[in-house]
Design a protein around this ligand. Structure first.
Ligand code: NAD
Length: 351
């Protein structure tokens, strides 16, 4: 067995159908003046959270948006300061959690997170802020949510296709965790189990979006994927998605969905043990092809050309993604990345 280092991240997790109702008791463990955060599309659920919180809620800030523009972060920080908030309740997907993290980074107060997608940000100490079109990210334990309430009921409204792409986003965290440079046996177990749970539940979610058993299993898989993302380093796939999302403004979960079969194929021969575990969790013989087949079943976008990428930008994307050497099981070369991007652009089977 290889040597390893394992350091557990400490977040209190409450999981179960209807557990949104535990919000007041969970918030009052950490503070007494909660600012509730959401996107403009999710004000209904944020209002419900504020209603349940009664006097514990001091306000709602409903302007969370993708990639946390610095202007939005500053406006939310001012509102939190004005209201004297001492705990931030982020109810929504990665964009809302990201806004909570931007406020916590400034003031160091705790976050209670109520995730409604499968993105996994709630289990990581990773923050992101976008200024002048450039997204900066960093790690800081101040932004790791102190408590996370996973209530599958809140995911029932997640549109079918966003459920599928968000689920593939979670699977992508687990795939890369299995071949991470600093991988360890505990995280590998979680990552493998998360792929199994998501691959099993997502086709059911697509057929029956209100099936709470399937929704629960998908959210459980997403939780484990989030822990994997927060605990070990990511590689080529996340670098590519960061580049494509940041520089070409491609939608977050869709770009993860399109790239993951191809990034997995890229690392196929360099990480055989990880590939075996991924394939096993998918119930397939090949990891990359198994991911591709899962996406065909789900009916997700399969081509970069379908999600806003332009053919003439592929060269520039390959240049950007191969800059600044970083760990990947197979060495990253500009020409190989260009070939991967061509496959992803046209949506061929992973090579
Ligand atoms: P999102 O949070 O942007 O949500 C997408 C849309 O779906 C929003 O309009 C949102 O309001 C809506 N929505 C969310 N849940 C819903 C529900 N249950 N019902 C109906 N509508 C719902 O998307 P996301 O994919 O969760 O997050 C993407 C962002 O998170 C990106 O900016 C990404 O970089 C970041 N992220 C960060 C980390 C990290 O560790 N820091 C991890 C993963 C993602």
């Amino acid at each position: 067995m290889d040597d390893f280092v394992y350091e557990g991240l400490s977040t209190r997790v409450i999981f179960g159908i209807g557990k949104l109702k535990t919000l007041p008791s969970e918030v009052s463990r950490l503070g007494s003046k909660a600012l509730v955060l959401c996107t403009p599309e999710q004000t209904e659920v944020a209002n419900e959270a504020a209603r349940i919180l009664e006097d514990l809620a001091v306000g709602i800030y409903d302007q969370a948006t993708m990639h946390v523009p610095v202007e939005t972060a500053r406006a939310a920080q001012s509102e939190a300061a004005r209201l004297g908030a001492d705990v931030y309740v982020a109810i929504g997907g990665g964009s809302t959690t990201g806004l909570g993290k931007a406020i916590a980074l400034e003031f160091g107060k705790p976050i209670v997170c109520v995730p409604t997608t499968y993105a996994g940000s709630e289990m990581t100490p990773i923050w992101g802020l976008t200024e002048g079109g450039v997204k900066k990210t960093g790690r800081d334990m101040k932004v790791l949510p102190r408590t996370v309430i996973y209530d599958p009921m809140l995911t029932v409204s997640l549109p079918r296709m966003l459920s599928a792409t968000s689920g593939m986003n979670a699977i992508a965290h687990s795939v890369e965790a299995l071949y991470a440079q600093n991988c360890n046996p505990i995280i590998s177990l979680m990552a493998e189990e998360s792929i199994r749970a998501l691959a099993h539940s997502l086709p059911q979610v697509m057929q029956e979006p209100k099936n709470l058993e399937a929704r629960s299993e998908a959210l459980y898989g997403a939780w484990l994927a989030g822990i994997s993302l927060g605990s070990v380093g990511m590689a080529l796939h996340h670098k590519l998605c960061h580049t494509l999302g940041g520089s070409f403004n491609l939608p977050h979960s869709e770009v993860h969905t399109v790239i993951i079969p191809h990034a997995t194929a890229y690392n196929r021969d360099a990480a055989p043990e990880a590939m075996q575990r991924i394939a096993g969790a998918l119930g397939q013989s090949d990891a990359a092809e198994g991911l591709y087949q899962l996406e065909l079943t789900l009916g997700t976008p399969m081509k970069l050309s379908d999600i806003g990428m332009k053919q003439e930008d592929l060269d520039w994307a390959a240049d950007l993604a191969s800059q600044n050497p970083y760990y990947n099981p197979r060495p990253v070369t500009r020409n190989d990345i260009r070939a991967l991007l061509e496959d992803a652009f046209s949506g061929t089977h992973p090579r």
